[in-house]
Design a protein around this ligand. Structure first.
Ligand code: SAH
Length: 332
């Protein structure tokens, strides 16, 4: 729900400020599916709210999943569709949210880029993806949010920042900054702006190659922000925030040679707060080829010999295209 419109509406109706807090508290609780269920409001107010607003700006079109992962296809008010993924693992219920309809970056290995860019999501379309899952989970609720769904969050900067405030606020979804992660394809200017915000929100960079020419060939954005600029911005980030910075590296059959490992090690060794996350590539039609199990093992051995620590990301929802890089709305 657009909270600014709600505020304006209540003002027009000459309703006191506490009504706003009451309605938003109900909205953020995940307990209610519509205004009519909010019986702490007068019948008249519930009716006029129902006429004027929908509680969520996203509505479920389809949902599929298994015991750990569910993927929802969500419809927006203008008929556009996005995907949002729920993961139930470790201690926290996690949602992977989208920030754009489609994506303009067109990374070779990612399904979202293949559908092109349609538009940025609004603040409420970002926040409501979380509330959609909270409504389903009630009385349980989402404890961790990752911006690793469709789109490049840093290209939707203003709405991202406003959504983050609501997600983090005690009067909003009250999810701790350290439980929120943003992933970017490496927009160096925005990495610096993000560092300057001085939040505790986690940042991850989609690196995928530490070789400039090859990175350009799989991530066109690398032509605009080359590895030197990217590294400078990342160093600025860690020096400013003193927080770990995560580098994501999907293992394909084209970036797992010994010289790739050497280049990657040189990059990661630039700062002790740089941390490597390896991701087994999730297959995407028209994308890149996975590294074989042997290639993966050998590459990890190279890294160990070079004294690089890393973690390997577990992948969820691959069999119904809900894993990283597999989100595109024509698939569901
Ligand atoms: N645009 C942002 C966020 C969306 S992608 C970004 O580029 O980071 C979310 C994560 O999935 C990123 O780490 C991205 O590199 C990764 N990813 C994309 N396609 C993938 C694929 N086919 N297999 C595994 N990870 C992929």
């Amino acid at each position: 729900m657009d909270l600014n419109l709600l505020k304006d509406f209540l003002k027009q109706q000459n309703l006191p400020d506490f009504r706003y807090r009451q309605i938003t508290k109900n909205y953020f609780s995940g307990r209610y599916l519509n205004f009519d269920q909010m019986t702490d409001l007068s019948k008249d107010l519930r009716t006029s709210l129902s006429e004027k607003f929908s509680l969520l700006s996203v509505s479920e079109e389809k949902i599929i999943g298994d015991e750990f992962t569910q993927k929802a296809l969500l419809k927006l008010a203008d008929g556009q569709k996005i995907e949002s993924v729920f993961m139930d693992y470790e201690d926290w219920l996690t949602v992977c949210v989208s920030s754009q309809v489609g994506c303009p970056l067109n990374c070779k290995f990612c399904a979202t880029g293949k559908m092109g860019f349609v538009r940025n999501l609004t603040v409420d379309e970002i926040v409501d993806q979380i509330l959609y899952w909270n409504q389903k989970l009630f009385p349980k609720f989402i404890g961790r949010v990752v911006f690793m769904g469709m789109g490049e969050p840093f290209l939707n900067w203003d709405n991202l920042i406003s959504a983050l405030k609501i997600i983090n606020s005690p009067d909003g979804l009250n999810i701790g900054a350290r439980k929120i992660s943003i992933s970017t394809a490496g927009l160096a200017d925005k990495i610096i702006d993000f560092a300057d915000l001085n939040t505790q929100i986690n940042l991850a960079i989609s690196l995928h190659s530490a070789d400039q020419k090859f990175r350009e060939s799989i991530m066109p954005i690398a032509k605009q922000f080359d590895l030197n600029q990217l590294k400078k911005a990342c160093l600025y980030y860690v020096n400013k925030t003193n927080r770990q910075l995560f580098f994501e590296y999907a293992l394909t059959n084209q970036n797992t040679s010994q010289s790739d490992a050497q280049k990657l090690a040189d990059f990661i060794k630039s700062h002790h707060l740089f941390f490597l996350n390896l991701i087994p590539l999730n297959p995407v039609v028209g994308g890149m080829d996975q590294a074989s199990k042997d290639q993966q093992k050998i590459f990890m051995n190279y890294l160990s010999q070079l004294r690089i620590d890393y973690s390997v990301r577990r992948s969820f929802g691959q069999n119904f295209s809900a894993a990283c890089g597999q989100l595109a709305t024509d698939k569901l």
